[in-house]
Write a protein that binds this ligand. Structure first.
Ligand code: FMN
Length: 381
């Protein structure tokens, strides 16, 4: 490799070189005009940190806890669909990197590697499972049972995908897993030999949690038909109550943007909520997560653990989110860029970069323990 990787942007650039266009675009995209996608990252920049000097910074700790789990820093891996298309067996690789680093890994319902694959690939190390509430409630029930059997230590229920935002690039690219072998796709893949070799060496090339687990869904055509009808527009808080009864472990509700919904999340008996707009992939025009966070943290932060995701690309971003009331943040694209660039090593690299930036930035602000960081490290804007 010609240049040294020093930041998440370096990983993004390398991922763009190594991952076929259709799957790189699937990551680096937001819905419609992408204004919320851009704002997620840009709004972090408008927050200013308060530098302090001449404080003893010799002993520092980033250790914390998220949803009852000790973490090396308050960062978890976000659930992302089709992760095994960025790099063969991507979910297993990312879960291993998270395990070694000491942060939670969240597996998506629409992953390529299945719950069982990841449990086996991490030697039973507990991970978190993200649930989409599909119309087929028997399938949902079975997913919950499979997550229990795999000893998943938290269930993350995503609430902001009852209907799907439109992402222009995915439609134009004809996104599918495995990719259709059109001339254009073949030409593009030919330029990504490392990716192709990996894919030839794995049997996991489509939705591992679904294929073989739904009656009548055993090939790509039936899968595509089933999935397109399965996100449930009728999802309600009664479904959350039902899930709460099924899942005795930690329950995290993902996709909260509004204070009223945050109060409903508290009433549902969930253990944590994630302030999230799905990485700018759903409601285009919604505020960035870092903008939505303070009001929600203020309203319910004493009753429920508040997490956030969206636009986190550096340790500075993590610090700002913690300052504004997040007990922890999740990284989606920062992890995916690492994975697409360098597989498991790339995910580790992404975590290392963020850890180092977080440690030094916290110290510049005169703090030595992440658990003591609050809004006093920000300048009034
Ligand atoms: C490629 C991609 C796929 C995603 N798939 C899922 C998913 O399957 N389930 C889910 O709850 N969220 C999904 N998300 C949203 C992430 O969990 C998270 O909210 C978002 O990526 C955070 O923003 P960031 O990418 O800027 O860190 C996805 C995001 C991306 C980028």
């Amino acid at each position: 490799m010609s240049s040294v990787i020093t930041c998440i942007e370096d990983l993004r650039v390398l991922a763009q070189k190594r991952v076929p266009k259709m799957f790189y675009d699937y990551v680096d995209v937001g819905s419609w005009t992408e204004s919320t996608y851009r704002a997620n990252a840009a709004d972090f920049q408008s927050l200013l940190l308060r530098q302090r000097v001449a404080r003893d910074l010799s002993q520092r700790s980033l250790r914390s806890a998220m949803a009852g789990q000790d973490v090396a820093m308050p960062v978890a891996i976000a659930p992302t669909g089709l992760t095994g298309m960025q790099r063969a067996d991507g979910e297993i690789l990312a879960a291993r990197a998270a395990k070694a680093f000491g942060v939670p890994f969240t597996l998506s319902t629409v992953s390529i590697c299945s719950i069982e694959d990841v449990a086996e690939g991490t030697q039973g190390h507990p991970f978190w499972f993200q649930l989409y509430v599909m119309r087929d409630r028997k399938f949902v029930q079975r997913l919950i049972d499979r997550a229990k059997a795999a000893q998943c230590s938290a269930l993350v229920v995503t609430l902001d995908l009852q209907i799907s935002g439109q992402r222009h690039k995915d439609l134009k690219n004809g996104l599918s897993a495995p990719p259709r072998l059109s001339l254009l796709n073949l030409l593009n893949m030919a330029g990504k030999p490392r990716w192709c070799l990996g894919m030839l060496g794995t049997r996991r090339r489509t939705f591992g949690n679904i294929i073989g687990h739904v009656e009548g869904v055993d090939d790509m055509a039936s899968l595509a038909d089933w999935s397109s009808k399965q996100y449930d527009p009728a999802l309600s808080w009664e479904d959350i109550a039902w899930i709460r009864r099924q899942w005795p472990g930690k329950l995290i509700l993902k996709g909260i943007q509004d204070v009223e919904d945050a109060h409903l999340a508290v009433a549902s008996g969930a253990d944590a909520l994630i302030v999230s707009n799905h990485g700018g992939r759903q409601l285009d025009g919604a505020p960035s997560s870092i903008r939505a966070l303070p009001a929600i943290a203020q309203a319910v932060g004493r009753q429920i653990e508040v997490h956030m995701d969206g636009g986190v690309r550096s340790g500075q971003d993590v610090l700002k989110a913690v300052a504004l009331g997040a007990k922890g943040v999740y990284i989606g694209r920062a992890m995916l860029y690492g994975l697409g660039a360098m597989g498991e090593t790339g995910v580790t690299r992404a975590l290392e970069i963020i850890h180092k930036e977080l440690d030094l930035t916290m110290a510049f602000c005169g703090k030595t323990d992440i658990r003591e960081v609050d809004a006093s490290i920000l300048l009034p804007t």
